[in-house]
Design a protein around this ligand. Structure first.
Ligand code: NAI
Length: 287
């Protein structure tokens, strides 16, 4: 199988990175966002990122000029209905995602594969209101942040997903330098389930907003623990709002299992609109 045309819906932190990664595989990419102007800005940022790769000597200028022609911003009703794959990377809200997939089920050709980049929602549940044929062509493709750099892609089958399709997709990603792995359809899949405790215990250790303690935990985990980033630095990168939604969803999906309980400090940061790097303020301040 080959993936030549992709539609990425939601052009925030993840959608932008996913779109750029596919583009760099020479795939035609159409980007859609509920906020059209925001999608245009995301396209500008992809152009800037590609230009910086040229400046660093990592990509040829002629290639980048060709790639830019393969990237466009569309409204939902204008997308290519025969695209090979649609990847949804909109906000972590189950009902909004399900509504979008219902629209896509009608809009897209029966052969188009629909995928969700959800961090925590069960794939079987996301697919259950779609047509029987589409449920076979629906799966989870969970990328990691930043999607252009992080190699792991979790591939998640729903109960009805065609197993040969997910195997083909897994092989395709691996042939393009990603490390794709098949995961069970369990809340948080593998990484987000295990990582809940990385964040949760760190939040419980600091208790309330205290920058000195936050820095201490990050420094220890990074310098001594051997993690690339400390838990608070990582929450700022992911988006504290996104991280809270994922925590709430995993907690509920495990029937209020105390290990996964969200922490009051996460909610306090979100209430204060301190979402992390994307708002230039999170646990840390970014100039
Ligand atoms: P974000 O908040 O940066 O971007 C979400 C985008 O979706 C926004 O631009 C928003 O305008 C758009 N949007 C919202 N509703 C829409 C709709 N109905 N139709 C079209 N566009 C819509 O979110 P982020 O961080 O990119 O997360 C997106 C998804 O990826 C979530 O499901 C999240 O759980 C998942 N994810 C996030 C990771 C992270 O590190 N931030 C890592 C892996 C997965």
């Amino acid at each position: 199988m080959d993936i030549k045309n992709v539609i990425v819906i939601g052009t925030g932190t993840m959608g932008q990175g996913i779109a750029q990664w596919f583009l760099q595989q020479n795939t035609t990419v159409e980007m859609v966002d509920a906020n059209y102007d925001f999608a245009l800005k995301s396209m500008d940022r992809i152009h800037e990122s590609l230009d910086s790769l040229v400046a660093k000597g990592k990509l040829e200028a002629a290639l980048v000029s060709d790639l830019k022609k393969k990237l466009s911003v569309k409204k939902l009703e204008e997308i290519n209905p025969k695209a090979d794959l649609v990847i949804e990377a909109i906000i972590e809200d189950k009902e909004i995602k399900k509504d979008l997939f219902k629209k896509l089920d009608e809009l897209m050709d029966q052969n188009t594969v629909l995928a969700s980049n959800t961090s925590s929602f069960p794939i079987t549940e996301m697919a259950k209101d779609l047509s029987a044929g589409r449920q076979k062509k629906f799966l989870g493709l969970h990328f990691f942040n930043p999607a252009t750099i992080m190699k792991l892609v979790e591939v998640i089958n729903g109960l009805e997903t065609d197993r040969s399709l997910s195997q083909e997709i897994l092989k395709w990603f691996n042939s393009k330098g990603k490390v794709a792995c098949l995961c069970g359809d369990a809340p948080g899949f593998i990484v987000n389930r295990v990582a809940r405790n990385f964040y949760g215990e760190s939040l419980r250790a600091v208790g309330h907003y205290d920058l000195e303690k936050i820095k201490e935990v990050d420094t220890v985990m990074r310098e001594v623990g051997g993690f690339k980033m400390g838990p608070f630095e990582l929450m700022d990168l992911i988006g504290i709002d996104v991280n809270l939604s994922v925590t709430e969803s995993v907690y509920r999906a495990f029937f209020d299992e105390p290990r996964f309980k969200p922490h009051r400090l996460q909610k306090e940061m979100v209430d204060g609109k301190r979402f992390g790097r994307k708002t230039k303020k999170g646990f840390y301040i970014y100039e």
